[in-house]
Design a binder for this molecule. Structure first.
Ligand code: SAM
Ligand code: SF4
Ligand code: F3S
Length: 444
């Protein structure tokens, strides 16, 4: 067997993070061990994201950096994985001979074979949409992830085709993994010591798996996982307003471990824009979900994604988005200026003036960031539950998250890692809360 080191640099969403971990699990069988030193790897993988502008340029820039790092050393096997690999495929090998392998997200089950072939000197490209074989392959390989909080992909791809979005082209059609395979992988994670599982999918709440005429949905997974006593917390992301079905909403009463935090992208507060974007939901649909969840538990908080300056956005449309943010005090959110993506319907539309888009983004972000600061400030002096994840590298402090996924930094000790502890919050900033363990109140 080979004795080689592999380094993976991951960009983009949580699904890429999950994929990178599974690639490590696969190549371990070939004798590759994970390294954190990016300048001494035998194989260097860039796991890329294509969601917004200059994605391709960023990849070439990264390759330039790797070339420099290895100038006086043996060149690593250079693999481009992820959504840019899918979108650009063999074009990249033609343009940049430093690349050895192009690997699309639905071909990760072929990574070991491609690496073996590479050693006999072949340039290769794999960008088939072969999701079933991919998960079939990874179901045979143990998930070794042992972080306190781990991701678990249950669904991939998207059939919704929002006019701005590249995901249906890079990840392919919607596919839901078999229910029992997800449960066995969750059991592996729990055995490894994982205390929080985030179920992942590009449209995670569209999860639907049929077996013997019974449909298994995200709600079934949540309720099933709720029974594992060693598991403390369950989360899911990213959900779509159209798939917030009654059974999922009911989970917020039935499952004690499902965290009261809903990341639900709306993109715009204007129905006209939602229609132009082909979102297939209205602002009222969204508010209805918000109100129903708040009725179940008033502590549930929302976060969202916004696209600002989508083609055709008027000042009135923008103001409607701004008003929505006033109505729903999102606990945190992502907001970006529209970026035309190759191959999508919106890429050919007339852009709004850049200056206007920038001005609107600043206004929206000021408001969102102020909300965030105020919410964090309101937690000062409170005693909150925190799941302790790890000791911080550069400080003698520990890192954990509260139920709303906000980072909490505090003094603790190693024995508390993996436990839910009570932390008294002293100070805060926009992103984080700072505190100390509340005496005599260590949770079991
Ligand atoms: N499936 C999720 C949904 O429907 O809301 C979103 C998944 S997408 C990976 C994450 C976010 O990227 C989107 O919610 C959107 O706000 C943003 N995004 C996608 N395409 C974009 C584009 N062309 N320009 C700017 N932001 C974009
Ligand atoms: Fe992209 Fe829309 Fe699918 Fe979300 S629902 S992944 S934004 S196409
Ligand atoms: Fe990016 Fe692909 Fe995720 S485009 S956001 S890495 S699905």
């Amino acid at each position: 067997m080979l004795e080689k080191k592999i380094f993976i640099k991951t960009f983009g969403c949580q699904m890429n993070e999950y994929d990178s971990n599974r690639i490590y699990d696969s190549v371990r069988k070939l004798g590759f061990t994970k390294t954190y030193d990016q300048s001494s790897a035998d194989c260097y993988i860039l796991n890329t994201c294509h969601i917004r502008d200059k994605a391709k340029d960023k990849v070439y820039h990264e390759i330039g950096r790797v070339k420099k790092l290895y100038r006086d050393k043996k060149k690593p096997i250079m693999v481009i994985a992820g959504c840019v690999a899918q979108a650009e495929n063999e074009e990249m090998i033609k343009r940049e001979p430093y690349i050895d392998i192009i690997l699309g997200p639905q071909s990760y089950h072929k990574v070991n074979d491609l690496l073996k072939k590479h050693i006999i000197n072949l340039k290769q490209e794999e960008t088939e949409f072969d999701t079933i074989s991919k998960f079939g392959y990874f179901d045979q390989i143990k998930n070794e992830d042992s972080k306190i909080s781990s991701f678990l992909t249950i669904q991939e791809g998207c059939d919704k085709f929002c006019n701005f979005c590249v995901v249906p082209f890079t990840r392919g059609p919607e596919y839901s993994r078999p229910f029992n395979k997800i449960i066995s992988e969750a059991e592996q994670l729990i055995e490894n010591g994982v205390k929080e599982i985030t179920l992942l999918g590009q449209n995670v709440n569209a999860y639907s798996y049929l077996e013997n005429s019974k449909e298994y949905r995200l709600s079934n997974l949540i309720n099933y996982l709720n029974q594992y006593s060693e598991l403390e917390r369950i989360r899911y992301t990213t959900s779509h307003p159209r798939d917030m079905t009654d059974d999922l909403i009911d989970c917020y009463s039935s499952s004690k471990k499902l965290m009261p935090f809903v990341h639900l992208p709306i993109q715009s507060g204007s129905n006209r824009m939602l229609e132009l974007m082909n979102r297939k939901h209205t602002v009222d649909d969204y508010l209805n979900i918000y109100e129903r969840l708040k009725k179940i538990n008033k502590d549930i908080e929302f976060s969202s994604d916004f696209i600002i300056g989508y083609p055709g956005e008027t000042q009135k449309d923008f103001e409607e988005t701004y008003d929505l943010i006033k109505k729903i005090k999102f606990i945190n959110s992502f907001s970006f200026i529209f970026s035309p993506r190759p191959g999508t319907k919106a890429s050919t539309l007339q852009m709004i003036e850049k200056k206007n888009a920038k001005k609107r983004l600043t206004l929206i972000q000021d408001r969102l960031f102020n909300n965030q600061k105020e919410i964090n400030k309101s937690m000062e002096s409170q005693i909150i539950d925190v799941l302790v994840e790890n000791k911080m590298e550069k400080q003698n402090k520990y890192f954990g998250r509260n139920k709303y996924i906000s980072p909490v930094i505090f003094g603790a000790d190693d024995s508390q890692i993996g436990k839910i502890v009570k932390v008294k919050i002293h100070t805060s900033n926009q992103n984080s809360l700072f505190g100390s363990i509340h005496k005599n109140m260590k949770a079991a």
